[in-house]
Design a protein. Structure first.
Length: 288
């Protein structure tokens, strides 16, 4: 694994590092490496096929970052450590790189000399702030941890009335478990990945779809209720109700069971009869 260095620890054991050494990181990082996590602003993101310095096409997504605080420096191609990165399993979040000044000013990611004496403040950019650490305390081997501090100008802030909520929001789509254990998947406000020039999100007319795929054939979507469940819809509810009414009428005729009832909402269990799709389709064909 060329480019990955093993390190002998104080007890004589060998630690095989997982982070590629980056020779052009400045020596001034020695103090940072010994001092604990370091905040950094993401300037650019590269996927494995884009990083020409990873000869083996490593798994790593890497970022160019600028450290924040009293000692700022530029670090290229720092790998992201995901929450899970097994042989096949994964749990990863790709951070947002700087692209605009949210105040509609001129974005400067690095110092450009007398005309741009210092880079844009991290709070004025749309880039994510991440936390860096260093493999075995080696300042030449930084990595990005899978979490970081919130953006100073974040638009969505927790409120006390929500209580202990678990929420994932990405490009406007929300997966949430509230304080009462209710689960919500809300893609109604899906946004594009790119932001407007003022830093606002842009509606995505073609996004916000929800896809569930199964492995079995035919696929099985199993809804197990404690008592009854309610299915609600909008655009297609009228046609769905027609099907239920027709199914109910057929069931009464075929089995003598009590119908669900014209105009009724499908609530819970249909246990009065057993019906296969072929039987119902056959019945519909015969009755026109």
């Amino acid at each position: 694994m060329s480019g990955f260095d093993a390190q002998r620890l104080r007890d004589g054991s060998i630690s095989q590092a997982a982070v590629r050494r980056t020779p052009d990181i400045p020596e001034s990082l020695q103090e940072m490496a010994l001092g604990g996590p370091v905040r950094a602003l993401v300037l650019a993101v590269y996927f494995p096929e884009e990083d020409d310095r990873i000869q083996s096409k490593s798994w790593a997504v890497v970022c160019d970052v600028r450290t924040l605080g009293s000692k700022q420096c530029y670090l290229p191609k720092v790998p992201i450590y995901p929450l899970c990165g097994g042989l096949f399993d994964e749990d990863i979040r790709i951070p947002r790189a700087c692209s605009i000044d949210v105040n509609q000013g001129s974005l400067a990611t690095e110092s450009g000399g007398p005309t741009t004496p210092k880079p844009s403040d991290s709070a004025d950019t749309d880039g994510d702030t991440v936390m860096l650490w260093f493999e075995n305390g080696d300042p030449m081997k930084p990595f990005i941890m899978p979490f970081g501090p919130p953006h100073p100008k974040r638009n969505n802030k927790p409120v006390k009335s929500e209580g202990r909520v678990r929420r994932i929001r990405h490009n406007g789509t929300i997966i949430e478990i509230d304080k009462d254990g209710n689960v919500t998947i809300d893609a109604s406000a899906a946004k594009t990945d790119a932001l407007a020039v003022d830093g606002s999100q842009v509606a995505n007319a073609s996004g916000g779809n929800i896809t569930i795929k199964t492995n079995a054939s035919p696929g099985l979507l199993n809804l197990q209720e404690a008592t009854d469940f309610l299915i609600k819809g909008t655009t297609y509810w009228t046609e769905f109700q027609k099907v239920i009414d027709e199914l109910s009428t057929w069931a009464k005729t075929a089995t003598g069971a009590a119908p669900i009832g014209p105009g009724a909402i499908l609530v819970g269990k249909i246990t009065a009869f057993k019906l296969t799709a072929s039987q119902w389709l056959s019945s519909r064909t015969k009755t026109g």
